[in-house]
Design a protein around this ligand. Structure first.
Ligand SMILES: [Zn+2]
Length: 397
């Protein structure tokens, strides 16, 4: 079946085709500086279903998901809690991994940490300096945005908007070292009391954007098939990833850019800085992993939606209905014809990962199985249900 995915770079759905059946997928992972919330669960469960579906279709997916285990927030938050930055990051990373496993998300094939790839980042920064698109000033290295004519091709934002968003997301426009306030840092000089690594430009640490480019290219080559993340990463993180990677290699960095919508709570994007977060840990105490997955996947991955706990209660009922599929037994050999549901399920999944529709199809089939089980054989229907469950990462309880 032909899969169509919405490519943020093309701003439309495109047929997903790969050379051979190998798919290299890089998903921007977490900064382990706080507990994971429902917004994180939505991003990583969405990509988990994509991996499961592509594998079901026969693709050999290599799934890389990084850990930004060094950045301003980790340093700031660990200091505030009087903890060592490394231990602090490790604890949150471990907790996140266990929560994702509890949610039945498959582990990424590679789970690289930024702090273990400093050398690769230095090599990439050297390349950019050699090409004349980066400059060194007082122990810092910057990417010179004006030297890249393509800068902005992913987000299509005006310069004014770029600056506004970048400033909200860690950019320092007034940094006196910069030629242009939009230039982004590739290497930052060591500040007193901060962790640092040695480099040709002195002790310091990498900028956020360069981390992902270096790790993605190390594990997936210079052109990756799918690059994903939350839609809040589109600018400046992904825009800058394209700029530095494509200038360094002169090759397309990622063929498909996939962005997962933001979950809102009390009318605002759920975020640790706003404090309106619903933690995975709290939901874990009240609901099953199946219920939470059904709840998350009842929203299309690109949609922006509001968190309502009553929708989790609805998902719990859907899970109960699904579990009934295995409780009923048929007494005849005349099979229930499942082909219509199968077709609808796969066409929903292949149309930009339509999990919301796919779940509606499964509910309709589940009702039919429970209703008709006395008159028709439901064995085939149960087999299809098992396959659909595997694709969506649901389990028989
Ligand atoms: Zn990233």
């Amino acid at each position: 079946m032909r899969v169509k995915l919405f490519n943020s770079l093309a701003r439309k759905k495109q047929n997903f085709a790969v050379h051979g059946n190998k798919v290299g997928m890089y998903v921007c992972g977490i900064t382990p500086d706080a507990k994971a919330h429902i917004g994180h669960a939505f991003v990583f469960t969405s990509f988990d279903v994509l991996v499961r579906y592509l594998r079901h279709l026969g693709h050999k997916v290599r799934y890389v998901q990084n850990l930004t285990d060094i950045d301003d927030d980790i340093i700031r938050r660990s200091k505030a809690q009087k903890k060592n930055w490394k231990t602090f990051g490790k604890e949150h990373a471990r907790e996140f991994l266990l929560e994702m496993r509890w949610l039945n998300n498959v582990d990424p094939d590679v789970y690289p940490k930024a702090t273990e790839h400093i050398q690769e980042m230095i090599v990439l920064i050297k390349k950019l300096l050699k090409k004349g698109v980066a400059y060194v000033k007082n122990g810092c290295v910057y990417f010179e945005v004006a030297k890249d004519r393509d800068y902005g091709k992913l987000s299509l934002l005006s310069r004014r908007m770029m600056l506004k968003i970048a400033n909200e997301r860690g950019n320092y426009p007034d940094d006196p070292n910069k030629k242009n306030p939009l230039d982004f840092v590739l290497w930052q000089v060591k500040m007193p009391g901060e962790p640092a690594w040695s480099s040709p430009w002195g002790d310091g640490r990498p900028g956020w954007h360069i981390e992902c480019s270096a790790m993605a290219m190390k594990y997936l080559g210079e052109t990756i098939d799918i690059q994903g993340g939350g839609s809040d990463l589109l600018f400046p993180h992904h825009e800058s990833s394209i700029a530095q990677s494509e200038t360094a290699t002169q090759k397309q960095y990622a063929r498909f850019w996939l962005h997962v919508g933001m979950v809102r709570c009390d009318g605002e994007k759920m975020s640790k800085s706003l404090g309106n977060v619903v933690l995975v840990e709290d939901m874990q105490k009240k609901y099953s992993a199946n219920t939470l997955r059904i709840f998350l996947l009842s929203h299309h991955y690109r949609s922006v939606w509001e968190f309502h706990e009553k929708d989790i209660v609805k998902a719990q009922k859907i899970n109960d209905l699904f579990q009934d599929v295995w409780k009923v037994k048929s007494k005849t050999i005349k099979a229930l014809n499942v082909s219509l549901w199968e077709k609808k399920f796969y066409s929903a999944m292949s149309d930009d990962l339509g999990t919301k529709k796919a779940l509606v199809v499964l509910q309709s089939l589940a009702r039919e199985i429970v209703k008709k089980s006395q008159k028709k054989s439901i064995t085939k229907a149960q087999v299809f249900f098992t396959t659909a469950f595997n694709i969506l990462g649901l389990t028989i309880q």
